[in-house]
Design a protein around this ligand. Structure first.
Ligand code: WTA
Length: 652
């Protein structure tokens, strides 16, 4: 076997949930032989049903599918109540604040806090089953209580990442027609307070469906209170009962919305429903992270992203694990922070993004050796392709060549992992997501023929059968759901789910994800639609045209590269002012995460005669790669050389 293959640690494998490739293949065979039976068995075993389901999978209205129809359950009950008999005093959440303050929340504490929160939403805010509640929160335990309180009473939460601007928040509130926003005054970053409430205030200016705002007072900085709209959580919660009925929810009742970028238009509200989502969140926790009863698990994501939903909150709590939640910045006060946390909390599973690994590697190559990291068993990565040097450092220096690295491939739309190593079974390769998880029919298909591609060949990463945690719809837009995910690839005459990613098969069917095939860029593991960034830049009144592409970035994976045509050339005389003005607009429209790494002012864009911008050419120029396309068919072929010289001039 090639040197680049690492076998699972045999000691670890002995006690792993899935212990060998034989077990893996047996599970895959079972799911192939009897797909519905496979899922029905797990659904019966893992979920504490209020009412059993009648059917397993209903595909009669595909791509709109139903899993476990007829069943009733409650996600907050699954994540809390059912553990109380055996895990009442076990830590559910260990919270570490930015300034090192630590809070341990037991399952009983969690039960009480969530019930109080749920009663507050019902009694004081009139929130009912099916209502949409926007959560715009920092990484504090109350964010978790808010999510679980919504699921307890059947309200649909929509978390908006705290780094998004007021305009982005406003759009998401409007699209979901949310009547309540839960926020905080602010929180701490690098020991300093920062604010969220003013962003909410700005988002609610003018017409808004939001009638009430709940404010968790975390940093107690001065904020504006609008009478009759804004209420203090810290005050209202005091009088609330610690008991609240868990609403019986149908398997297919919506659980949450999470807005994510697509290749066109505005972000879409990805909808996840109750039973299928929580089942897969729990199963993948058990399989992929192999969390045992006394383990402590830490995922560094933010609850504003899907990783935070599934692998900080729902997955770990559904299985009764101890999940660590972190408010701060992992490189503060220095790049040893995460390793100090691993040592202090005796963390067994650590899950982060390749960007974080690259930054920690660059800023603190030697830091891991200063701490006792011997508790670590499984290391995970997510969100973007990881490069082999970062992978090796993670494996050797953080994991001491003893821990499996699970390179988990998945998306907001898949709800949970779909392609990933199993730490006790799968031989791993640097920067390779390896194999589909049992029960997930993930295949790399040729987009033209719908056939599975062969070894060494690349194609489109597809999932050919519905799976329980699959996206159920785009909020308020059935057509967009069908078109975005089921429009590009057909297998045996049937539309199959296309992820938007390209991938390549290695030996033994190992899958390496090569990145997006569409106009979505992946900045530090965060999805960014080029169309969204372009729309923001176009708001500048001197911008005539703009095209945004991704460009490889040493730390962030991809950076944002914008080609801008100004209406009047006078602007170019003061390029710095123009860049500043455009950045201000991007910050206002989307947030700092969408700021461009490069802006190049050009005299025109390469377009076909029908006016289509040839992004492939722009991508090649940004990457300083040769242009392989025929440019003679362009409306103005000479523009390419002009752009090239401007880029070279700017970069030199
Ligand atoms: C990318 C994050 C390579 C991919 C969970 C996908 C990855 C997008 C990996 C989803 C991985 C995620 N290797 N690429 N292990 N994991 N991606 O919705 O392009 O924020 O489509 O979900 O991230 O991003 P999202």
């Amino acid at each position: 076997m090639s040197q680049d293959i690492y076998q699972p640690n045999p000691e670890f494998a002995k006690n792993a949930t899935i212990k060998s490739m034989e077990e893996y293949h047996a599970l895959v065979k079972k799911s192939n032989d009897d797909y519905e039976g496979f899922w029905a068995d797990y659904a019966n075993e893992k979920i504490d049903w209020f009412k059993p389901f009648d059917t397993v999978l209903d595909e009669s209205n595909a791509p709109f599918v139903k899993w476990f129809d007829g069943g009733q359950l409650n996600v907050a009950h699954q994540c809390i109540d059912r553990h109380l008999d055996t895990r009442k005093n076990k830590a559910a959440i260990i919270f570490e604040g930015d300034r090192g303050d630590v809070q341990t929340i037991t399952y009983l504490d969690l039960y009480k806090n969530v019930n109080r929160f749920a009663n507050l939403l019902k009694e004081d805010f009139g929130v009912k089953k099916g209502d949409r509640v926007v959560i715009y929160m920092p990484m504090i335990p109350e964010a978790t209580y808010a999510m679980l309180a919504c699921s307890r009473i059947g309200a649909i939460h929509s978390i908006v990442f705290g780094g998004f601007s007021s305009e982005a928040l406003k759009d998401r509130i409007a699209d979901a027609e949310a009547k309540v926003v839960i926020t905080a005054d602010g929180a701490y970053r690098k020991t300093k307070p920062y604010m969220l409430k003013p962003v909410v205030d700005a988002a609610l200016e003018g017409e808004s469906p939001v009638k009430k705002v709940l404010v968790v007072e975390r940093n107690h900085e001065e904020v504006t209170w609008v009478a009759g709209r804004d209420y203090s959580y810290n005050e209202l919660i005091k009088s609330k009962s610690t008991h609240c009925k868990a609403e019986p929810m149908d398997s297919e009742d919506p659980l949450f919305l999470l807005y994510t970028s697509g290749s066109t238009g505005k972000p879409k509200g990805v909808q996840h429903n109750t039973a299928g989502y929580i089942l897969w969140a729990q199963m993948t926790m058990e399989w992929v992270f192999d969390v045992k009863e006394n383990d402590t698990y830490w995922c560094t994501a933010d609850v504003g992203w899907i990783t935070g939903h599934t692998y900080i909150v729902y997955g770990p709590l559904a299985m009764g694990a101890t999940t660590v939640m972190f408010e701060g910045v992992i490189t503060h006060p220095d790049a040893g922070r995460p390793w100090a946390m691993v040592e202090n909390h005796r963390i067994n599973q650590f899950y982060t993004a390749p960007t974080a690994i690259r930054v920690l590697h660059k800023m603190g190559e030697e830091e891991p050796s200063k701490y006792d990291l011997s508790s670590l068993k499984v290391l995970g990565t997510v969100g973007e392709p990881i490069d082999p040097p970062a992978w090796k450092w993670y494996y050797e220096e953080v994991g001491n060549s003893n821990c499996a690295i699970v390179d988990t491939y998945w998306q907001t739309e898949t709800g949970g992992h779909v392609v990933s190593p199993l730490p006790g079974a799968t031989p791993i390769k640097p920067a390779c997501a390896t194999l589909p998880l049992p029960g997930i029919m993930a295949e790399i298909l040729d987009p033209e023929t719908g056939e599975k591609v062969g070894e060494g060949e690349s194609g489109y990463m597809c999932i050919t059968r519905p799976w329980p945690a699959q996206i159920r719809g785009v909020w308020g837009d059935e057509e967009r759901y069908k078109k975005s995910y089921f429009g590009d690839v057909q297998k045996d005459g049937k539309a199959v789910y296309f992820t938007g990613d390209g991938a390549i098969y290695g030996a033994d069917g190992y899958i390496t994800i090569t990145g997006r095939t569409d106009d979505v860029i992946n900045v530090s593991g965060h999805r960014m639609g080029t169309a969204e960034v372009e729309a923001a830049i176009k708001k500048h009144n001197n911008v005539a045209e703009v095209a945004v592409v991704g460009k490889p970035h040493e730390l962030k994976g991809e950076g944002i590269f914008a080609y801008i045509v100004l209406k009047s050339d006078e602007g170019i005389a003061d390029e710095i002012a123009e860049v500043k003005a455009i950045n201000t607009i991007i910050k206002k429209e989307i947030g700092n995460i969408a700021l461009c790494d490069d802006m190049i002012f050009v005299s025109g864009l390469p377009k076909t005669r029908s006016g289509k911008i040839m992004r492939r050419i722009l991508r090649a120029i940004a990457k300083d790669e040769p242009i392989t396309q025929d440019i003679s068919t362009l409306e103005d072929p000479s523009i390419v050389a002009k752009i090239e010289s401007m880029v070279q001039c700017k970069m030199c």
